[in-house]
Design a binder for this molecule. Structure first.
Ligand code: M6R
Length: 367
């Protein structure tokens, strides 16, 4: 049942190339130049009139929604807020007639997400559910469903569901961009061509497992560590930090790289590991200066960036892991895989129950 893998989590990490292909399949035009969502009830007219979007979810699905915000804002130029469902539902969110609400849930059964969906509908919003289970409560109640085709996810730690949610956001963002005219057909075709390479590029990331394992065994000796990043890298490190906590029980915190000096820098001491994602080259200099701040205080820094940057980065950090070249907006679909493997191997090194971490359930149906 684990298909030759030691754990469901590792199997599911390896299923991501297929999950990417399956989630894209049937939604990209035959010529590869556009996106269609034939089954959406939301009309093109409604899409043109959307004033703002609220993405609501819990845990890992919330982290996918954080990337979703960057994706939709940058492609379709619609203002987006992402919120955790247990906060959103109780804070009387301001939902206008032209607000679109997108709930994200692997299981489709998360109690707070379902309640947030109902709250949004009670306020007159159209709700799209991005879910992996089409027969779920959330799918049933939503006005529209975008199915992620990741296949059943068994491990409590979500991996392939998260990355398929990212793919769903890329497709939706491109679809809205096309309708609203915020990206040219050439730009859309260019992004789709880059997306087409993602499954193969994930395979390349997976071949680095032995180096990631070695580093994971090293961090497994630490009690605390930090993750930093900017832009989509910040969203991805939040997911990486949750994954690590969830299955390795190592305490970690994820920070926007520029926020460290506003307090948390006080916690940086000799030898503490800091994992930096530095894939966003427009802010690379800024991230590098944050890396230098922690290095100067004795941190041991590992950076995830592009192979071509290795030499330059090695002047200021202790270790570099790389991802294949892709467009800046698409890097989360590759960089997160490094962090998933890191969490997996750290948990393994500490001999924890990788697939069934303590205190947690796969589906959280209590509020
Ligand atoms: O089924 P859902 O996507 O609604 O679940 C939401 C969270 O409970 C879930 O993502 C949780 O954070 C995972 N265990 C993280 O790996």
């Amino acid at each position: 049942e684990k298909g030759g893998f030691d754990h469901f989590m590792l199997k599911e990490i390896h299923e991501q190339p297929k999950a990417y292909r399956d989630t894209m399949l049937g939604r990209i035009n035959e010529d590869g130049k556009g996106v269609h969502f034939t089954d959406l009830n939301l009309t093109k007219e409604q899409i043109k009139n959307i004033r703002n979007i609220q993405i609501v979810a819990c845990g890992t699905a919330y982290h996918a929604g954080l990337v979703g915000r960057n994706i939709i804002e940058s492609l379709a130029k619609i203002p987006v807020e992402t919120d955790v469902a247990s906060e959103y539902r109780y804070r009387s969110p301001i939902i206008a007639k032209d607000t679109l609400v997108i709930v994200v849930s692997q299981s489709g059964e998360t109690a707070d997400t379902l309640a947030a969906l109902r709250e949004a509908q009670a306020n007159g919003a159209h709700v799209i559910a991005v879910t992996n289970v089409v027969g779920s409560s959330i799918a049933r109640d939503a006005n529209d469903v975008i199915a992620t085709l990741a296949g059943p996810e068994i491990a409590v730690a979500s991996t392939k569901a998260y990355t398929s949610q990212l793919i769903a956001f890329y497709l939706l963002g491109l679809y809205m961009a096309e309708i609203r005219g915020t990206k040219t057909p050439e730009e859309i075709a260019h992004i789709l061509a880059a997306m087409d390479s993602l499954p193969e590029q994930v395979e390349q990331v997976l071949t680095q497992a032995p180096i990631i394992k070695e580093y994971a065994e090293h961090i497994a000796q630490h009690k605390h560590l930090f993750f930093i990043g900017r832009g989509v890298d910040y969203a991805v490190v939040q997911e990486g930090s949750l994954k690590l906590k969830e299955i390795s029980y190592i305490h970690s915190e994820a920070y926007a790289a520029g926020e460290l000096k506003h307090g948390t820098l006080a916690l940086i001491e000799e030898g503490i590991p800091v994992i930096a994602l530095a894939t966003q080259e427009d802010v690379l200099e800024k991230t590098l200066s944050n890396i230098k701040e922690v290095k100067a205080r004795g941190a041991e820094v590992m950076v995830v960036s592009y192979e071509e940057r290795r030499e330059e980065l090695m002047k200021s950090v202790d270790k570099v892991l790389s991802i294949p070249r892709t467009l800046p907006l698409l890097t989360p679909a590759l960089s997160v895989v490094v962090l998933q493997l890191l969490a997996y191997y750290a948990s393994l090194a500490l001999e924890h129950d990788v697939d069934k971490p303590r205190n947690l359930a796969k589906s959280v149906t209590v509020e």
